[in-house]
Write a protein of this length. Structure first.
Length: 289
């Protein structure tokens, strides 16, 4: 049976730009329509699973890490409470809902694995509680790619400069997964690793050829927003280019399977993906420590 979704989301979707500059208008609209269907009946609902405690005690606070278009940008920064000295850094990129409590909790959980984790804000201080609002925010951000790129460059500079992180990875989910790949393409010889949770993909070999960092991609087999064909094309392109890439597709998992505050959450696949993420980040950022 076909899934129905609000016409207001469709109207926004038709105008949306897909993450990854250079996509053709038809591709942009097709991607936007798919994502609207995936999220039409979703909502970010706080629950115990979305507030999993980090492995060790962390300290966290809001922090101004950038100035974009003359306006200060505030993110959320977390690190292990007992850590001394510089730590590897993570640029944490939110889903289409924005920098909400779920992303703050995930940022603290990531920090608990031994990182200084900076959750960026690509929505100008706004977050959504319903699909219509989320899609408008996502569309607005994707229509201004240069603004988002400036934001992410400054996040990287904050981690490596102000916080002296010796290595930095990007990680994001959904909207943020696409922007995690976009960050890798933006900083192809500076970023040390990139983790993509079911984000919009680039399969153009000429663009992917610039990447020098290891890539981890985590996807759901049943995800209609990020079709399995595009995942396999992405995987094949990276393999042909000789890149260090690990692509994992979880059987039966749908889009946003790793979001414990969403309605598509699948605990088993989410836990497996978390273990993949922890191992990958340790391998690529900790360099034998």
């Amino acid at each position: 049976m076909a899934r129905l979704f609000p016409t207001s989301i469709l109207a926004v979707a038709a105008l949306s730009l897909a993450v990854g500059c250079g996509a053709a208008p038809d591709e942009q609209r097709e991607h936007a329509d798919r994502m609207a269907k995936e999220h039409a009946h979703d909502a970010p609902v706080a629950n115990p699973a979305s507030q999993t405690a980090p492995a060790v005690e962390v300290v966290a606070s809001d922090v101004q890490y950038a100035t974009v278009d003359g306006r200060p940008v505030t993110g959320f920064l977390a690190r292990p409470a007992a850590a001394e000295g510089a730590l590897p850094g993570l640029i944490v990129i939110h889903e289409w809902w924005g920098l909400n409590d779920n992303i703050r909790a995930m940022t603290q959980r990531l920090a608990g694995e031994g990182y200084v984790a900076l959750a960026v804000d690509l929505y100008g201080g706004q977050a959504a509680a319903d699909p219509d609002a989320a899609y408008k925010l996502m569309t607005a951000a994707n229509e201004r790619p240069a603004t988002a790129e400036d934001n992410l460059r400054q996040a990287y500079a904050h981690l490596t400069g102000e916080l002296e992180a010796p290595a930095v990875a990007s990680i994001g989910w959904c909207f943020g997964g696409g922007w995690s790949l976009a960050t890798a393409l933006l900083l192809p010889d500076r970023l040390d690793a990139a983790v993509i949770y079911y984000g919009h993909l680039v399969t153009d070999r000429e663009r992917l050829a610039a990447l020098k960092m290891p890539i981890l991609g985590l996807f759901g087999e049943q995800d209609q927003g990020i079709p399995i064909d595009s995942v396999r094309a992405f995987e094949a392109a990276l393999k042909e280019l000789g890149k260090d890439a690990t692509i994992v597709v979880y059987p039966g998992a749908d889009h946003a399977f790793a979001n414990p505050s969403g309605k598509n959450y699948q605990p088993e696949a989410a836990e497996k993906a978390w273990q993949e993420t922890v191992a990958f980040l340790a391998r690529t950022l900790k360099h034998g420590s």
